[in-house]
Every structure is written in C-alpha cells, then in structure tokens.
Design a protein around this ligand. Structure first.
Ligand code: TRP
Length: 469
C-alpha cells in the first residue's frame, strides 16, 4: 500500500516537472502569434501532426535514452558514443540562447501583473499602443527582466526549492482554469465567428515551406524537445514507469494548453477588430482587452492571469537554466552557485541586448535581425529541430533495437504495442521528415545568412566538441 502511494507521488512529481517545463510562454505567448502569422487553421493542423507524430516519438526517445543511461544530456550521449557528445553540447547552447530572450518576455508578464492591478489596462482603446510603448522603453522592461532573472537565478542556485513546486501546483491549475474561462468568454463574444473560422477552417493557400518550418520549430519549442531536457528528466524516472504513456500525457497536456490559448485569443481578436498578425504582442494586447470589457472583475482576472503566466514562464525558464547549470557542474566540475551566478551574469548581457533590440537598439542587426530575433530564430528554426533529428538518428541507428524494446517495455513487464511503429518513425521517417522541412524552410526563409550561420555552428560543434566535453 505504502509503496504504491510512493510510486504515484513520484510519477505525479515527474509529470508536473516535465509539464512545468513544457507548458510556458511557448504555449500561451508564442503559439497564438505564430499561428496568427502563419495563417491560423492550416498552421494548427500541421502543428498537431508534428506534435503527435514527431514530437511524441522524440519525447519517448529522449526519455528512453535518459532512463537507460541514468545520465543527463551530455553524459548520456557521451556514455554511448563519444562522437555524439556534441548533440548534448548543442542542447546546452540552445538552452543558453533561449535563455537570452525568454526572461525578457517573462519580465513583460511580471510587468503586466502590476499594470493589471493598477488599473492602467482597464481602458481597451489604449491597450495596443501601451504594449508597444512599454516594450520599446529603454529602461522599464529591463527592470522587469532583471526581476524575472533574479527569481530564476535564486531558485536554481538553491536547487529547485519546494516553494516553486508548490506554487506551480496551485498556479498551473489556476492558469488552466483562467484559460478555460477566457476561451468561453472569447467564443461567446459577438463577432467571434470570424475568429473561430480562422482557427478551424484551414486555408491551405497560405501554406508554404516556411509554415512547415515554423510549425516544426514551435512543436519542439513547446514540448521542450531537441536539447536533452526530457532526456535529463527521464534519467530520474523509476524503472517501473511507462515511458510512452508518460510522453503521451505530457504531450497532450501541453497541446491542450496551446489550443485553449488559441481559443481564448482568436475569437476575441476578431470580435475586437484586431490583427491576427500582430506578432509578439498578441497575448499582451488581446487578453487585457478581453478583461477590460469584463467590468469590475476584469482587473482581478487580469492580475491572476499574468501571475499564472509568469509562473508558467518561470517553471520553464528554471528547466532551461538547470540544463546549462548541470552541464557546468557535471562536465566542468564547477560549484553550483558559481555556475549559476556566472551563467546569470551572461544572461543579464544577452537579455539586455534582446530587450533593447525592440526599442533603443532596433537599428542594430546581426545577420539581418535584431538580438531578440537572433536568439529566437537560431534556436527554434534550426537548433531544436536539428537536435531532435540528431537524437532520432542516434537512437535509431546507434542504439540496439532490442535494448530499446526492453527499455520501453520495462524489460517486457508492460506492453508497447506501437513499438515497431515508433522505431521506424525514429529511424527513418522523422530524420527524413525533419531534413526535408529544414532544407525547404531554410531555403525559403528570408534570413538565409542566419540559417547558414546556425548550420555552420552545428558542424563546428560536431568537429570540436570532443574538446568541450
Ligand atoms: N517549452 C517551454 C515553453 O513552451 C520552453 C522551454 C523550456 C524549452 N525548456 C525548453 C524549449 C527546452 C526548448 C527546449 O515555453
């Protein structure tokens, strides 16, 4: 009896940690605006296809590799084959780059808690302009970013404190409940029909190679895949856990939140006559506008929403910082505090550049884009998908099939009827599909220089990373 309770406890803990990493700004901030910029329904269909064929399979592969080796990303690959160490290193680099802009948006969420509370967001007409003015201000968003960063650093420096886990257990369900409420309000607004059509009636005439690349990148970003986070979490999982089933649960939760965010945003957006292609400001404009129309309770809900968003961002950001930190502790023998503060200091630099690139430094570009976009595009248009590709190739071609079957069936104790399907997906279909999407997308994307730079960096790592790890 007691043992069963313990098992459940640890399983729930794992699912919460993994879902806490997956559910973040990617679902609520990034998914809606990416869908908006890429034509809505058609993008979402392609996204769902990628999530439930590629995403879930790669997640299963990461969990299996992690649990089999009981090692975190770099170590797990190194233990199997030294030539593949660079895939782990690429993951650490991706985490560091995502951490270069994630706290900027985390800071916006914090700022919007206070703005909601103070009633500044109570007048719908001023909300769109207020966002633009806020993020391009040279000082204000920096202070919020620093606050978010400080929270992130403090928690990771202490190890993952019980506080954030507890907060997550309350605030994540609250976020979910608020999204359901928002979605209901949104679809029942007069004029919501156009938004529902936008979401559910796919317009394939807008689909190009770039749409596929955006959907693939979004799938990896949202599921926290392609850089060894799930691999690392898998390494802490008990031998009696059902890996494919866990992958399915985490993937479904993550997708549900994204779809809810879409349902909350688009119907309201059309009802209020806003533009679906508004870009990065979408959530920060549409959600406060919905609340501003809700009367006295609006500011209360708005405050709760941004608290929950900030917490979702924080739990994801923690998993990212932990990845980089673990590398410096495990592979470079560094002390935890030293590692975290060192990385934190560099994050102050990268995030300041990212934040300023939206305002004061908007004229400065590297390879054709500002710093914010540089970190963003480099990771979710190239590194994550290629990371996923390399992990698939490694698992499919460099690991023993029967070992994998044993790992995924817990040595034959549970059944995994789709094993052969999964194996062939990982070995053949996913590497080919990702290569295809990546090549077509990279050719058609406007930032060719940036893409080539990213690929060159991966090749460089592949050649030199034996020295790095
Ligand atoms: N999945 C998170 C989100 O949706 C972001 C994130 C956390 C992430 N850890 C990651 C993305 C690892 C890629 C890889 O916001």
């Amino acid at each position: 009896m007691q043992q069963q309770r313990e098992n459940w406890g640890s399983r729930l803990g794992f699912i919460m940690a993994a879902a806490g990493s997956a559910v973040g700004l990617g679902n609520i901030w990034r998914f809606p605006y990416t869908a908006g910029e890429n034509g809505g329904g058609a993008f979402i269909l392609i996204y769902l296809g990628f999530v439930f064929v590629i995403g879930i399979s790669v997640m299963t592969a990461e969990l299996a590799l992690g649990r089999k080796t009981s090692l975190a990303a770099v170590g797990a690959l190194k233990s199997q084959n030294r030539n593949w160490t660079f895939v782990g290193v690429l993951g650490v680099l991706s985490a560091f780059l995502i951490l270069g802009f994630y706290p900027v948006v985390g800071g916006w969420s914090l700022a919007y808690i206070v703005k909601s509370l103070s009633g500044i967001l109570a007048t719908p007409d001023t909300i769109p302009d207020a966002f633009g003015i806020f993020i391009s201000n040279p000082v204000e968003p920096l202070l919020w970013m620093l606050l978010f960063l400080a929270m992130n650093i403090t928690i990771v420096a202490k190890g993952i404190a019980a506080g954030i886990e507890k907060a997550g257990k309350v605030l994540m369900p609250m976020l979910f409940a608020l999204l359901v409420l928002l979605a209901i309000r949104s679809v029942t607004l007069p004029g919501a029909g156009a938004g529902i059509d936008f979401l559910l009636k796919p317009d394939f005439s807008k689909v190009t190679a770039t749409t596929f690349l955006a959907a693939l990148g979004q799938a990896f970003f949202s599921l926290s895949l392609g850089m060894g986070i799930m691999l690392t979490y898998g390494s802490y999982l008990g031998k009696d856990q059902n890996l494919p089933q866990n992958a399915f649960i985490i993937t479904s939760m993550d997708t549900l939140v994204a779809i809810l965010a879409g349902l909350a945003i688009f119907p309201a957006l059309f009802a209020f006559g806003l533009e679906p292609t508004a870009g990065a400001g979408l959530v920060f404009v549409v959600v406060p506008t919905i609340f501003a129309h809700m009367g006295v309770l609006g500011p209360v809900f708005s405050t709760l929403f941004f608290i929950a968003l900030a917490v979702a961002a924080l739990t994801s950001s923690i998993s990212l910082l932990e990845t980089v930190t673990a590398y410096f502790i495990d592979e470079r023998g560094m002390d935890r505090k030293k590692a975290v503060y060192g990385i934190g200091a560099s994050m102050v630099v990268t995030n300041t550049l990212a934040s300023l690139s939206l305002g004061a430094m908007s004229g400065v570009s590297i390879l054709g884009v500002g710093f914010f976009d540089f970190f963003d595009i480099l990771t979710d248009k190239i590194f994550l998908a290629i990371g996923g590709l390399l992990i698939s190739v490694f698992v499919g071609w460099f690991m023993n099939k029967e070992d994998l079957r044993d790992e995924l069936t817990n040595q034959g104790k549970i059944s995994f009827g789709l094993f052969n399907v999964w194996y062939n997906l990982i070995k053949y279909v996913i590497p080919i599909a990702i290569s295809f999407v990546a090549v077509a997308g990279i050719i058609s994307v406007t930032q060719t220089g940036l893409m080539l730079f990213g690929l060159a960096l991966i090749v460089f790592l592949a050649i030199f990373s034996k020295k790095l790890a």
